[in-house]
Design a protein around this ligand. Structure first.
Ligand SMILES: O=C(O)c1ccccc1NCC(=O)[C@H](O)[C@H](O)COP(=O)(O)O
Length: 262
């Protein structure tokens, strides 16, 4: 069993437990459930394009930074003029939580992506109830039918959808999905191998109706300048900011440098 299989097997158990504890009706009565979402896809087109991630630890890197406060980090990202903020909500493998999402929402007006391993509509409802503007769907772990169903569920709640692929086969099953953005993960989630070349290789195959996002392993502004030439408008960055003493300041320095070269 690879790490992705393990994460998904645990996620099924977690979601079943949550469903038995918190009914959908309770999620739908959240004060945040009826709020109008900010569009992450639109923000990527008009802003810096950076989606900065709150990420305490990961299966590939173990602990990245456990001492930061989620509100300080997300407010710092907003002050740095990121286009979006990704908040990991998986607890077991990434040290995140839905409370992180809630605190992030209370701190910023920048679009927030709930970074989670979505397998059930219940989690989509949860995302809206806890203040997310967008959800992630991972093509490697969902069938075409599931992708369509979960994306439609998110769109009905007014959220954007970032559909993540890693190869051409996953792209093919994503083309009928009503996603706003297609993200190419430079990290193979089964082997952890990282290569920006993956984004470049798949770029021309992604139809123009989707905003193109390059994800993972981005640590310098010249990589972004390069990826922009391939049509990318979004760049998801986690570790590069989170490993520093001040992720917001690191994002600000990065975006200032980016503006000077593109
Ligand atoms: O980051 C991991 O080790 C990982 C392992 C298994 C599944 C998902 C994983 N990461 C999720 C992500 O996609 C990244 O957090 C995100 O793209 C940012 O990547 P980075 O800038 O390299 O921290």
């Amino acid at each position: 069993m690879n790490i992705l299989d393990k994460i998904i097997a645990d996620k099924f158990k977690e979601v079943e437990l949550k469903k038995s504890l918190i009914p959908v009706s309770q999620l739908e009565s959240s004060v945040l459930f009826d709020r109008k979402c900010f569009s992450l896809a639109e923000n990527l087109k008009s802003g810096s394009g950076i989606i900065a991630e709150h990420k305490r630890r990961s299966p590939s890197k173990s602990v990245i930074n456990q001492s930061h406060n989620v509100q300080d980090v997300t407010k710092g990202y907003e002050d740095a003029e990121v286009s979006g903020i990704s908040v990991l909500t998986d607890g077991k493998y990434f040290g995140g939580s839905l409370e992180d999402l809630l605190y992030a929402r209370a701190s910023v007006e920048t679009p927030i992506l709930r970074k989670e391993f979505m397998i059930d509509k219940y989690q989509v409802t949860e995302a809206k109830a806890y203040g997310a503007d967008a959800i992630l769907l991972i093509a490697a772990v969902l069938t075409e039918e599931q992708l369509i169903y979960l994306a439609n569920s998110a769109k009905e709640l007014g959220m954007d959808v970032l559909l993540e692929i890693h190869n051409e086969e996953e792209l093919q099953k994503s083309l009928k999905v009503k996603a706003d953005m297609i993200g190419v993960n430079n990290r193979n989630l089964k082997t952890f191998e990282v290569s920006i070349e993956n984004s470049k290789k798949l770029a021309e195959l992604i139809p123009n109706e989707f905003v193109k996002v390059s994800e993972s392993g981005i640590s310098n502004t010249s990589a972004i300048a390069d990826l922009k030439n391939y049509g990318y408008q979004g760049f998801l960055i986690g570790e590069n900011f989170m490993k520093t003493d001040n992720p917001g300041a690191a994002a600000k320095e990065f975006i200032t440098e980016l503006k000077s070269i593109v």
